[in-house]
Design a binder for this molecule. Structure first.
Ligand SMILES: Cc1cc2nc3c(=O)[nH]c(=O)nc-3n(C[C@H](O)[C@H](O)[C@H](O)COP(=O)(O)O)c2cc1C
Length: 189
């Protein structure tokens, strides 16, 4: 079974990202197309990019980069569970992306955003998607967007609005298909 990595892209103390990601993890396990692995950027704890050479060279000098590379290399697809900060994607997520290059090539990726305000994070998705394509990811066309996150999270975790499970299932279906297409494509000669 392909491995889906659900990456929590907020790192600040008190974040709601971890409870939203926990919900997405349960749903992805229920969906059944993937072995699901949780990755928390707060635990990965990368510094700001400190590699002397560009990631595309594949020359990593720091152990944290080698560890991050090994983590992402074992995945077949990923889902970014990400807040929108000041109208765009979070800086920790972009930093974590910038550390690697080959590891992201042809990687199916889904985007799951949430916001305090009414947008649900669409501007962050629109900003990130072309960057992901340029790097070499294969982004799913569908996405999950949750507005009003403050009213949906609390001590009991994340109270998903009706229908959100179906929206996430749509993204996961797409990721499963993209991951299967990658397996089926002939080797380059
Ligand atoms: C730095 C920062 C910028 C934010 N910018 C926006 C924004 O542009 N639009 C919005 O609706 N909410 C914004 N918020 C509110 C967040 O959506 C809300 O705090 C959410 O819980 C953040 O996710 P997190 O708790 O996982 O960090 C912002 C929050 C922070 C901390």
């Amino acid at each position: 079974m392909p491995r889906l990595q659900i990456i929590t892209a907020s790192t600040r103390p008190g974040r709601v990202g971890s409870t939203v990601a926990a919900w997405a993890l349960d749903e992805a396990r229920r969906h059944g197309a993937f072995d699901v692995e949780a990755i928390d950027l707060a635990e990965v704890a990368l510094p700001f990019l400190d590699e002397p050479q560009e990631a595309s060279t594949g020359h990593y000098v720091h152990q944290h980069t080698k560890d991050w590379s090994a983590t992402i290399s074992r995945g077949d697809a990923c889902l970014f569970v990400m807040p929108m900060y000041n109208g765009t994607y979070s800086a920790p997520l972009k930093n974590a992306i910038d550390f690697l290059y080959d590891e992201w090539q042809d990687k199916p990726v889904g985007l799951f955003t949430y916001t305090a305000g009414p947008s649900g994070g669409l501007p962050a998705i629109e900003a990130l998607r072309p960057i992901l394509t340029r790097i070499g990811f294969r982004p799913a066309e569908r996405s999950v967007r949750v507005p009003g996150i403050g009213e949906l999270t609390g001590p009991d975790g994340f109270r998903a609005p009706a229908g959100l499970d179906g929206e996430l299932a749509g993204v996961l279906d797409e990721l499963a298909k993209l991951a299967a297409d990658a397996d089926a494509s002939p080797a380059q000669v």
